[in-house]
Write a protein that binds this ligand. Structure first.
Ligand code: SF4
Length: 295
């Protein structure tokens, strides 16, 4: 570097300093601006406090209004149950039957089939095979033509004949009245066992979770699960035990009448202002994105 020439020092104006992204407080800004305005002959007007603009509802504010909302709060759940009681006071199982065995068979046949169809098939079936022994003596293939119209008739035939044989071999020809025993019967899972226990024996061991209960429990935010067993556990936690049986019957009726899978009839629904389902067709309340029929 040639002698006598010194390098330029950085300006002290602050323009090279790291600019803070944080705006200065209004008071500090006014203090700094006022002398400058005076110098250039302008009178610094007092800075009026800014009027707060009306806030548009945003996702954030919507979330804030939801803060404290608990879909599982006992008051909310009780209100749902009360309204279901009023709307469906005489809810019961729609499958026609005259014994625990007939109900067991009808429930096995109702998988992936309407109750109306099952009710058309079972009177003829029980006339043809009036006892458990008659079913146990059949080969599954022999039963197939009689239940063909209910769908999945090969598996259902195996289940019904297998169930009859199991009852004769292990349970003295009687339908057992405990969950553990019922689950040992071919073709019987928790849903079927709960139907038989609740409807025939009036024993509340769990909650029937069929497609309607699954869909509507999610819409009503009583569960976030998709798996029927987990949904049942969730419902058992929030619904009083003495309501387990009737709740499922009521929700199944509700699912058929109003809360149908596609285009639920929300404008006619007694639960409307308690329901935040994302797929509602009409709503007077905030919609919750996660309250969907399926996850
Ligand atoms: S308001 Fe609509 S989505 Fe909610 S429970 Fe009623 S019918 Fe179903």
């Amino acid at each position: 570097m040639p002698r006598g020439i010194t390098p330029r020092q950085p300006s002290r104006s602050g323009r090279h300093d790291k600019v803070s992204s944080k705006p200065l407080p209004a008071k500090v800004r006014a203090k700094r601006v006022a002398p400058v305005l005076k110098k250039v002959g302008k009178i610094a007007a007092p800075i009026a406090p800014r009027k707060a603009a009306a806030k548009e509802p945003t996702a954030k504010t919507a979330a804030a209004t939801r803060k404290g909302y608990n879909p599982l709060a006992p008051e909310r759940v009780n209100e749902i149950l009360n309204r279901l009681d009023q709307r469906y006071p005489a809810a019961t199982c729609a499958l026609h039957h005259n014994s625990a065995w007939e109900l067991l068979v009808a429930t096995i046949l109702s998988a992936q089939c309407t109750d109306v169809r099952v009710n058309m098939v079972t009177p003829v079936l029980f006339q043809k095979y009036p006892t458990i022994e008659h079913f146990a003596a059949l080969q599954p293939e022999e039963l197939e033509p009689d239940i063909r119209s209910t769908g999945f008739f090969r598996n259902k035939s195996k289940s019904v004949v297998g169930a009859a044989r199991k009852l004769l071999s292990d349970f003295g020809g009687q339908v057992p009245r405990t969950m553990d025993e019922l689950l040992q019967i071919p073709g019987v899972a928790r849903k079927t066992a709960n139907v038989v226990l609740g409807t025939w024996f009036k024993i509340a061991d769990g909650v029937v979770v069929d497609t309607h209960v699954q869909r509507i429990s999610r819409r009503l935010e009583l569960t976030k699960n998709d798996d029927p067993q987990k949904i049942e556990q969730d419902l058992m936690k929030v619904i009083p035990r003495d309501k387990w049986i009737v709740f499922a019957h009521q929700i199944i009726l509700h699912g058929r009448a109003l809360c149908i899978a596609r285009k639920p009839k929300c404008a006619d629904c007694p639960l409307e202002n308690l329901c935040h389902a994302a797929d509602k067709t009409w709503s007077t309340v905030e919609i919750h994105k996660s309250a969907l029929a399926s996850g």
